[in-house]
Ligand binder design. Structure first.
Ligand code: GLU
Length: 390
């Protein structure tokens, strides 16, 4: 038996499939949601940060609008999502509120997790919600996402959110209770796989196609999610949400597959930063700032001596040490004009210089890769790897 202690994780993303939350005829499954939220409240009370990725907007909107089972055109499913999302968000906020928990709705599109500038914004907003002890309730912004530029399934979306937020566990709740060697409903020989140490091509081959008509994601998108999560160092669990209190059930040892995180996570994001061919600017820093970076801190404006280049917030800049050599690269948190204004300033003086309250760091440590002699061994590896492909 696989007992997984959810409370031993620091930041858990729980993804809920549409079929669990929405019944075709009666709409939202309130009793089920209430029981799940009891579990979430218990987890949050134990000190674990919880993020929710909730599907169900389109399914719920379909029921509310009486659209039946027919295939919807893009604009119809977008309209259904608009109707469903408002009800869904209301239900989450009501249920979490029963436990005195505040929720914040976050609707994201593919670009919000894949484009640098928007990635920084989405991450900052979700971090702030967590800091304020609000539970982010996240879904794809289906009303504006067009078919070419959307996730389409919340399994991969949840994996990107979990990794973007540096989460250590992603739980996928749906109508399947784990990974099998073959589809269990069709093959009596199918064996359950309790733990996956690495998502090999053989594991990927177990993907098959979509699982149920209500949800878009099948085992295929769950394995894709597993690849995204585990490669970035986030563990993943596939578990059934069919019974009430599914998170408690996981802790009690209900059937579930655990995907272990990669022991040497490819920091794809950092590799990507290090691999930018043409940094858009150069930030020259002093000795103290270099020492702070080596100690794992962010680059604050106080340690910046010179700012060069016409960059925008979110662009990659080269960070130049006092010896004139490149000490690292990072994503800059300010447009060039503002960076010039605050170079050398203490954190307290930034707001006055800019005329608005801003985040303190010039380059946040999560967006920073040190290079060469300056780097610790793990970062040296990042620099030496084939960054261009990341
Ligand atoms: N974002 C979709 C919705 O809320 C669900 C996508 C999925 O089923 O994974 O309806």
């Amino acid at each position: 038996m696989n007992r997984i202690s959810l409370t031993s994780y620091r930041r858990v993303t729980v993804k809920i499939g549409s079929a669990l939350l929405v019944d075709r005829t009666t709409g939202l499954k309130r009793e089920w949601l209430a029981a799940l939220v009891d579990d979430i409240a218990r987890l949050a009370a134990s000190g674990t940060e919880v993020l929710v990725v909730s599907s169900g907007a389109i399914a719920l909107g379909r029921t509310v609008l009486g659209l039946g089972r027919r295939t919807l055109r893009l604009e119809e499913s977008q309209a259904a999502a608009a109707v469903g999302q408002i009800a869904l968000a209301g239900a989450w906020s009501g249920e979490l509120g029963r436990h005195g928990l505040i929720s914040g709705q976050v609707l994201v599109t593919l670009g919000d997790t894949e484009e640098r500038r928007r990635y920084l914004n989405a991450r900052a907003t979700i971090s702030t919600l967590l800091r304020m002890k609000a539970i982010p309730v996240i879904n794809e912004n289906d009303t504006v996402a067009t078919s070419e530029i959307r996730y389409g399934d919340n399994d991969r979306l949840a994996a990107r959110v979990a990794t973007m937020m540096g989460g250590d566990l992603l739980v996928l709740l749906s109508d399947v209770d784990g990974l099998y060697t073959a589809p269990p409903e069709r093959d009596p020989q199918a064996r359950f796989i309790p733990v996956v140490d690495a998502i090999t091509p053989e594991i990927m081959a177990l993907g098959g196609e979509a699982a149920s008509e209500l949800s878009r994601g099948g085992m295929r998108t769950k394995l894709d999610a597993g690849r995204i999560a585990t490669a970035a160092g986030t563990a993943m669990v596939i578990a059934s949400g069919k019974e009430l209190n599914p998170l408690s059930a996981i802790e009690r040892g209900a059937r579930a597959t655990l995907f272990r995180p990669s022991p040497t996570p490819v920091r794809a994001y950092k590799t990507w930063i290090a691999g930018q061919l043409e940094p858009a600017g150069r930030i020259t820093i002093d000795e103290g700032a270099l020492r702070a970076l080596l100690a794992g801190k962010s680059l604050l404006p106080a340690g910046v001596k010179k700012v060069q280049g016409a960059f925008s917030r979110g662009d990659t800049v080269a960070i130049i040490g006092p010896d004139g050599l490149e000490a690292g690269r990072g994503l800059i948190a300010y447009d060039a004009a503002d960076a010039v204004k605050i170079a050398g300033l203490k954190t307290e003086a930034i707001a006055a210089a800019l005329g608005y309250e801003a985040r303190a760091a010039m380059v946040h440590r999560d967006d920073l890769v040190l290079s060469r002699h300056a780097a610790r061994p793990d970062e040296r590896k990042v620099e030496g790897s084939d960054a261009a492909g990341a």
